[in-house]
Design a protein around this ligand. Structure first.
Ligand code: AMP
Length: 629
């Protein structure tokens, strides 16, 4: 299969293309209907098909002869634990946990909240829900009680699963007090709370409501998977928004299974038996698609890592794991690679490990600056691919499809649209733009299988947020352009585009240039108000350890570089050194917040912020700028 042929077919005749892909799955009932359009612009994929995602991930793999293959490798430098589960062992654990859920009264269609650290029981909990048709919603373990309460009230779970604690490299975080507080704040109450006791901190159980996980599972009987309709929800994933009520993205069983089979094989080039490492947390969409469902449904071994890129114990941690488990492919966010680079700028630590099993490295989640890209490629000696997707899509929109011939890669771009995604660029009035013209990146409907078609309990909000602004298109919220060969360049959220004297400029583009400076570990460029020009850019930079360049010297060099690369029209004249940039816990720089601070607009520090003190420093920098001007 060539990339171009697949892509063209997927756009010209999506139903025929995806019917063929769906044929590869072990359905309980094969769908006769592939694609049905709803009057509101959404679509139903494989409407009359029946399947079970847990069956596809476990039982079916065993039937294919992979029962004794390792399904999951748990590697936890924070607890010094290494543990493996074969497909049979994982199926047995999951079947018993599913039996327990049912004994506790969880029914098909019920919500279940999973608030857990990176322990294998979190994956088991997801798969156990899928086995009986319950709808899981994993809430990232780092979220505070208030955020957990918001999700409890939205998902209205029958049951909440948690663990006594999570672990950082230097501390134990008790989860149970957070759960107790969240349940005090929430209006909705799950019937029961199942608590996994970890030896690092034991939780107090509340009589009548809380159950000990290990004891309850030991007493439960295993249950088989149930047949579900393709359109039945598999999970709810709340998006990491910076303000307001979280959006509950709903993923359907059928579309998800078809999409992830396609993605693992044709985008990531993985085959059954390969070892795959999705470096993320189960609390994010990557954890669902690339730690649990994608690899297991494709017969791969999945690495489940409870650690960090650095400090567990050092910046060689990833390379140790790759060598130890002979990892063939991995996914990671650029922020992790920047953290590694900060500690190992010369890439010395890569050389200590045998990385020969690794075929390629995929990065996504935020803009991959070309400096980090080049450094990683040089240090690892591997192909490094940028690709772009969102919680809403659940799988990549643009990527090099390394499993398809002639996919082509272009550094600097997040690559071409994946088969199924008709990516276009529109101007503010909704007109199609041509090559190299910047605008709003949209996807012509129908979205391919796997993409969310609704929000949990609020379909109207889905339509409003994603389909209304440009009829016939899904609105990604990202800005950018396509070049003449169809390679996509994501320049950031549409609100990251700044307007300097009437010129539309991407702060992402400037960041890319700034990040190339050898002294810089990380940076953000924000638009600050300017009386004459509307907005002017400001570079906020974090220096690499040990750099002793003065702020003035650095500013002069960066200003010269942006002036040379983009031009004087960018008006990039200001650079300030800061200790840290405000980020979400998943590592995304909080650009919308930076923009508000820069604009002197009121803002509420988002709950996803990892350290509120960082904002105070930025506010100070901006205040001193304002005084100086
Ligand atoms: P999330 O749903 O939290 O994963 O965030 C999705 C958003 O992250 C996208 O809409 C983009 O703004 C950004 N993003 C993801 N991947 C990339 C990428 N490869 N390059 C630039 N931005 C990205």
């Amino acid at each position: 299969m060539t990339y171009q042929h697949s892509y063209d077919r997927s756009i010209a005749d999506p139903a025929a293309f995806w019917a063929e892909q769906a044929d590869h799955l072990a359905w309980y009932r094969k769908p006769a209907q592939t694609l049905v359009a709803n009057p509101d612009g959404t679509h139903q994929w494989f409407a009359d098909g029946q399947l079970n995602s847990c069956y596809l991930a476990l039982d079916h793999q065993i039937e294919q002869g992979r029962g004794e293959q390792t399904a999951l490798i748990y590697d936890s430098p924070v607890t010094d634990t290494r543990q493996t589960y074969t497909f049979v062992q994982l199926r047995d654990e999951v079947a018993r946990l599913a039996g327990l859920l049912r004994e506790l009264g969880v029914k098909q269609g019920d919500g279940v909240i999973i608030y857990m650290p990176m322990v294998p029981q979190a994956a088991m909990a997801m798969l156990a829900c899928a086995r009986i048709g319950a709808v899981h919603s994993v809430v990232f373990g780092g979220f505070a009680a208030n955020e957990l309460a918001l999700r409890i009230d939205d998902a209205r779970p029958a049951l909440l699963l948690t663990a006594s604690c999570g672990l950082e490299f230097d501390r134990v975080i008790e989860y149970k007090p957070l759960v107790d507080k969240a349940l005090q704040l929430a209006t909705h109450q799950p019937r029961q709370v199942l608590v996994l006791q970890r030896p690092q901190a034991r939780a107090e159980l509340r009589e009548g409501r809380d159950l000990d996980w290990q004891a309850a599972v030991a007493a439960a009987s295993p249950v088989p998977p149930v047949a579900l309709a393709a359109g039945d929800p598999l999970y709810i994933m709340y998006t990491s928004g910076t303000t307001g009520k979280p959006k509950g993205i709903v993923r359907e069983n059928g579309g998800n299974a078809v999409a992830l089979r396609f993605a693992l094989r044709h985008i990531y080039g993985m085959q059954p038996g390969d070892v795959w490492w999705g470096i993320s947390d189960v609390g994010w969409v990557v954890g669902h698609s690339l730690i649990v469902y994608g690899p297991l449904m494709n017969g791969c071994t999945t690495v489940f890592y409870e650690g960090k890129p650095i400090r567990t114990p050092d910046a060689a941690a990833y390379w140790r794991v790759v060598e130890q488990y002979r990892v063939n492919g991995l996914f990671c966010a650029p922020t992790a690679m920047r953290a590694i680079r900060k500690e190992d700028p010369q890439g010395e630590l890569f050389k200590r490990h045998d990385l020969s099993s690794l075929r390629q490295i995929f990065l996504a989640g935020e803009k991959l600056d070309s400096s980090t890209h080049q450094w990683l490629e040089a240090a690892s000696g591997k192909a490094v691919h940028d690709h772009w997707w969102q919680t809403e899509t659940g799988w990549p929109v643009t990527a090099p499809c390394v499993g398809l011939e002639g996919c082509g890669v272009r550094p600097g771009s997040s690559n071409r649209a994946v088969p199924g995604y008709h990516v276009r660029v529109l101007d503010d009035d909704g007109h199609l733009l041509g090559p190299n013209e910047q605008g709003a990146i949209v996807i012509a409907l129908p979205l391919p299988p796997g993409c969310s078609q609704t929000l949990w309990g609020d379909h109207a909000r889905y339509l409003q947020a994603y389909l209304h602004s440009h009829p016939g298109y899904y609105h990604t919220g990202d800005g950018g352009y396509l070049d003449e060969d169809g390679f996509v360049y994501i320049m950031g959220r549409t609100d990251d585009v700044i307007n300097v004297s009437g010129h539309r400029l991407s702060t992402g583009e400037m960041e890319d240039l700034v990040a190339r400076h050898p002294a810089i570990a990380e940076c953000a460029v924000v638009g600050v108000r300017d009386e004459i020009k509307g907005q002017v850019p400001l570079g906020l930079v974090v220096l690499k350890d040990g750099v002793s360049l003065s702020e003035q010297q650095l500013q002069a060099e960066l200003v010269a570089s942006v002036r040379e690369q983009i031009g004087a029209l960018a008006c990039f004249n200001q650079v300030r050194v800061v200790k840290r940039l405000p980020k979400t816990r998943s590592g995304k720089i909080l650009r919308a917040v930076l923009r508000k601070i820069a604009d002197h607009q009121p803002y509420t520090p988002p709950s996803t912020l990892d350290d509120p003190a960082v904002l105070a420093e930025i506010e100070g920098v901006l205040a001193s700028l304002a005084r100086a001007s």
